[in-house]
Ligand binder design. Structure first.
Ligand SMILES: O=C(O)CCC(=O)C(=O)O
Length: 265
């Protein structure tokens, strides 16, 4: 069950903050794993999905560490996802995003470029802050209530990077999480500090929608073979509908352009 304050915030505002959710040990493990991956992957980091100027990104993280499997299956977080999109959901992707010093604001967007449909919301994003989000280091901004508008910011705002009069910048200590109904208009702000700011994005969607990253194709066979049954369900590894949806050409990002030529996965 989702505590009632958070449920109300999700319903009315489209997001809720759970301060200092991750334990110190988990936070240290996540930071160390992410740092190691950035070092190993170098210039190819994030290339399984899309790159973003001014940022470092990692994609396909379920393949890259058992700690990430724990993160996406955390029962408290799955209860939040269930609250937002109902019982029939799956993991869409797990990415990492590091806003580098000087990075520009992201365009305001809704994830997958999607609005709620006749069955209601179908995307939920959980941001795990590996660094504190401060007013100056590129925190996420959200436009409260916009998840209900069933419109996309690109359809009405002349400058998607400009401040929106109703936006709120979400700031909190490292280890906090923000749960978002991801139809809510949102985006990372500019990093005006000299330090990096890193977060994981655990992204879930309804089972009748395509994953952002097709887990069955991206995860190495040996990783898939070692997964617990509950994780196989969460990742939709044995789900013919998911296989069919993976071939669809709907947008996979609210603002990041697809590579000009399809990648080989
Ligand atoms: O890094 C953040 O906190 C927000 C990023 C975001 O909204 C996105 O990449 O879609």
């Amino acid at each position: 069950m989702v505590p009632s304050r958070h449920a109300t915030e999700l319903d009315e505002l489209g997001y809720t903050l759970i301060p200092s959710f991750a334990s110190a040990d988990l936070l240290a493990e996540l930071r160390a794993t992410v740092a190691r991956l950035y070092e190993i992957e170098g210039e190819t980091a994030g290339s399984e999905f899309r790159l973003e100027p001014g940022c470092l990104r990692l994609a396909n993280l379920i393949d890259k560490g058992e700690v990430f499997q724990r993160v996406v299956a955390a029962p408290e977080m799955l209860a939040f996802v269930r609250h937002v999109i109902g019982p029939d959901f799956k993991l869409s992707s797990l990415n990492c995003r590091t806003a580098l010093p000087g990075c520009a604001p992201q365009p305001l967007h809704a994830d997958m470029g999607g609005v709620a449909d006749e069955r209601g919301p179908w995307v939920c994003n959980i941001i795990w802050m590996l660094d504190a989000y401060t007013p100056d280091n590129g925190p996420v901004r959200v436009v409260p209530g916009s998840h209900r508008w069933r419109r996309l910011p690109a359809s009405e705002l002349p400058d998607l990077r400009a401040h929106h009069p109703a936006e709120i910048a979400v700031t909190a200590p490292a280890g906090s999480v923000v749960v978002m109904n991801a139809h809510t208009w949102h985006g990372g702000l500019d990093n005006r500090t000299s330090g990096q700011r890193t977060a994981l994005h655990a992204f879930y969607c309804r089972r009748d929608k395509p994953q952002q990253q097709y887990q069955k194709k991206l995860l190495r066979p040996k990783v898939q073979a070692a997964l617990a049954p509950e994780l196989r369900v969460l990742l939709a590894l044995d789900d013919p509908l998911n296989d069919e949806l993976a071939t669809s050409t709907v947008p996979r990002s609210g603002f990041l352009a697809a590579p000009e030529r399809p990648r080989a996965f």
